[in-house]
Design a protein around this ligand. Sequence first.
Ligand code: GLN
Length: 544
Amino acid sequence: MTTKYIFVTGGVTSSLGKGIIAASLAKLLQAQGYRTTIQKLDPYINVDPGTLNPYEHGECYVTNDGAETDLDLGHYERFLNVPTSQANNVTTGRIYQSVIEKERKGEFLGKTVQVIPHITDEIKERVQILGNSGDYDIVITEIGGTVGDIESLPYVEAVRQMKWDLGEHNAIVVHLTLIPYLSAAGELKTKPTQHSVKTLMESGVQADVLVCRTEHELNDSIRTKIARFCNVTEEAVIQSIDASTIYDVPNLMLNEGLDQVVLNKLGLKSSTPDLKSWNKFLDRFNNPKTEIHIGLVGKYVELQDSYKSILESFIHAGAENEVKVIVEPIHSEYLKQNNTMLKLSHLDGVVVAPGFGERGIEGKIDAIRYVRENGVPFLGICLGMQMAVIEFARNILGITNANSTEMDEETANPVISLMEDQKHIINKGGTMRLGAWECELKENSLVHSIYGKKNIKERHRHRFEFNNKYKSQIEMAGMLTSGLNPKTGLVEIIEIPEHPWFVGVQYHPEYKSTVANPHPLFVDFVKAALNYNKNKNSVTVAQK
Ligand code: GLN
């Protein structure tokens, strides 16, 4: 079949959850047998979000092929369980970069290079790369930002042209808006939606489906009013009411018939989506047998989006273990050796988060010392793993000035140091060790038993590494390097066999956890935390 295109735009305000609606719709289409992928177009000028601070843009998500992308791609993968790639996230910066490179090569044959047609053509080409791959029946393209923004204009124009080029039934627009509730008037208001649909029409684009975010149920008269004023059929007015978890949204959209309206408009057959395993996950997630508390030690903890994939991985792993995982943010800057007991002793497990730079580093090291000495399950991710190596070198080997050259370039004992092939790199964007790399696990290690195999591939985003000059010293003292890159010998995993569950990974397991495939490391870590919690409670009972 020819590939069909669905564009998801947003109006009235940002943060309406376009990514979750796109992912939920994709889930419903996938569950009816359609090969579906989702793409995000971001209207900012950064070439990718890799250089953006998490305060600005939340987590940077990394694909198998090493693209540094918007965190919405994480939702796409978690919902669909299908990997995304470089082609799934395109920014204005990347579009312009590519057009300017073509101009320098003389590809435009003396023509004046303009927003229309050159930028819009490049956008259209990027949208169709996925469709032309032959891998997908349906491509959903989410357009970041809000219609009416100056920077969104070329994207909306590209959508207008594609709808025209591809013809009816081949490309549709799903527009997300807000229906605010005015408590003083006690009423839901449709005017912002009308204006936003009108703004879209000013650019020549008629929305085919409206998804209306609301805190209260939309009654029939409101639906009729929206349909009448916005040129859509009544069944194409879809209510998207606030949900307690994003994982409820596919079922909410199913109840509203979003999949049916969309398939109908695309001229495709609709059937009952097979959501058996999705609902099984929801059932476990909603009916936990007990709860545990995990501390997430990091420096961006005040922002939910900064560690998005880690939080979602705990939801998957919690459901798998039928336990509610309460993740408590712990600010590493306020952790000191003399308060770790106070701040960490109630926890059943501790994760030390990825990160860059010096801020909060000593607090992370103190937290690791506490969990190592007290047998609390520990998972160190990327920077968290590097800090575990520093802590071990300082407090077990007695190398008190052990450090990473990221924090102290002149350190006399760089147990973590800049990777050789990073030494000549000047540009910051897209130059880290990125994407999926192979790792070989040592037999008889904890990770080998967790993964149940010898060769794994995990995703990376770092410049510094375990310094192999210290390897034998560190191993002799009881830290096992249990996973290595088979080609370079780079240490990917460390563990302490004497400790009940102490694992540090140079890679980011959180990027690969999905609803259908919870990541084994998170699943086993939660299991260990559950055991820790049970033992702790049985000791307290015995003491009473
Ligand atoms: N800053 C460290 C490095 O570049 C760790 C990176 C990370 O945690 N993603 O190696």
